[in-house]
Design a protein around this ligand. Structure first.
Ligand SMILES: CCCCCCCCCC/C=C\CC(=O)SCCNC(=O)CCNC(=O)[C@H](O)C(C)(C)COP(=O)(O)OP(=O)(O)OC[C@H]1O[C@@H](n2cnc3c(N)ncnc32)[C@H](O)[C@@H]1OP(=O)(O)O
Length: 308
């Protein structure tokens, strides 16, 4: 595992093309206790579970189901992002895995997005480390060499929407109470360029322009209309539809699909890789501003009061 963590992002030659191959470089194995349990049976199927992420790999199909299990709302804390990145990295290196389905083990929530408490009241070093882990999860999912399908079985604001958009295909539960979108503006914060570009590549320029400025959150049917998700199905069918869908993708020769994906996505991945440090600096400068901290504090209180 430590070897996996030490590896940086690199390009792997594949015929005449170069594929993206990510590395989770948090270097946090010592401080983060990933007490994962794992088991493998004779058909090389395996299960592993850590505090925030559960992975079930079916060796006979090559499909891994990665479930977020971070109560109460799967908010993406530094630990959550680190565990998810490591799980995805392990699957990427596992030859018996050909595709992953990302979904939630919790009712009604896919992910509440970035954990706001990681961006509030902390020191600049912490913000820098946190933002690096946000970059890493996007680099990992967007540049994933294997198939990644989001089975969105609940609400998915902001960072949750970003991770969904970074997948190859999105299937959402048809519950009209669920919402998905980049709502950062509503919190008084601004989605960085790579969030914006991911959305532009998913739904187009004009829709992104409106979505980002208003911080719009879409119901499943509206998300389907604008192409933010690819399919809306009854909640009980989300996972089975994702499995049927990934099976269709698996019919395509891996190398052809992988190179095609890389051709589409590599320029965006390279853009962030080339500006990671300045992106971290921008984030830290932005998030440490009194006015931004005030907005985040206000937003967190409003979440708590809504409940009361
Ligand atoms: C110039 C450019 C420079 C670049 C600068 C970059 C700037 C930064 C960009 C940041 C990018 C991304 C941001 C994000 O991802 S921010 C997170 C956005 N997420 C949200 O707005 C979602 C908020 N949550 C909700 O709407 C709801 O909680 C829910 C997800 C719909 C679930 O509703 P529910 O009724 O089931 O649960 P609820 O009672 O509301 O919540 C339960 C407890 O969980 C806490 N909580 C909810 N969401 C978060 C979160 N994202 N982070 C931390 N904690 C969260 C909530 O407060 C409750 O806590 P408690 O039980 O009351 O203690």
């Amino acid at each position: 595992m430590a070897a996996v963590l030490r590896r940086g992002f690199r390009l792997v030659s594949f015929g005449s093309s170069q594929l993206l191959c990510g590395g989770c470089k948090h270097g946090r194995t010592s401080s983060l206790s990933i007490c994962s349990t794992s088991s493998r049976n004779s058909s090389s199927s395996s299960s592993s579970s850590s505090s925030h992420v559960k992975v079930d790999l079916d060796g006979s199909t090559g499909i891994a189901v990665v479930k977020f299990q971070s109560s109460p709302v799967n908010s993406m804390s530094l630990d959550f992002l680190t565990e998810l990145c490591i799980s995805l990295e392990k699957l990427e290196l596992d030859r018996s895995c050909r595709g992953v389905i990302l979904t939630s083990a919790l009712p009604k929530i896919f992910s509440a997005g970035l954990d706001i408490t990681e961006m509030y009241g902390k020191n600049p070093e912490h913000y820098a480390e946190f933002w690096k882990s946000v970059q890493e999860i996007w680099l990992k999912v967007y540049g994933y060499s294997k198939i990644a399908i989001a089975a969105i079985n609940g609400s998915s604001p902001a960072g949750g929407c970003l991770v969904s958009m970074a997948c190859d295909y999105r299937i959402m539960a048809d519950d009209p109470r669920y919402r998905i979108g980049l709502n950062e503006a509503q919190l008084g914060i601004v989605a960085p360029f790579w969030f914006k570009d991911t959305m532009v590549n998913t739904v187009g320029f004009r829709t992104t322009e409106l979505s980002l400025q208003f911080g719009l959150m879409y119901s499943p049917s509206d998300a389907l209309k604008i192409g933010l998700v690819d399919q809306v199905v009854p909640e009980e069918n989300v996972l089975s539809t994702a499995t049927e869908t990934i099976t269709k993708w698996l019919a395509i020769p891996d190398h052809a699909r992988e190179i095609s994906k890389s051709m589409m996505r590599k320029p965006m991945v390279d853009r962030l890789l080339a500006s990671r440090e300045s992106d971290i600096k921008n984030f830290v400068n932005f998030i440490t501003k009194d006015s931004i901290q005030k907005s985040l504090g206000f937003y967190m209180n409003s979440l708590k009061q809504r409940k009361a």
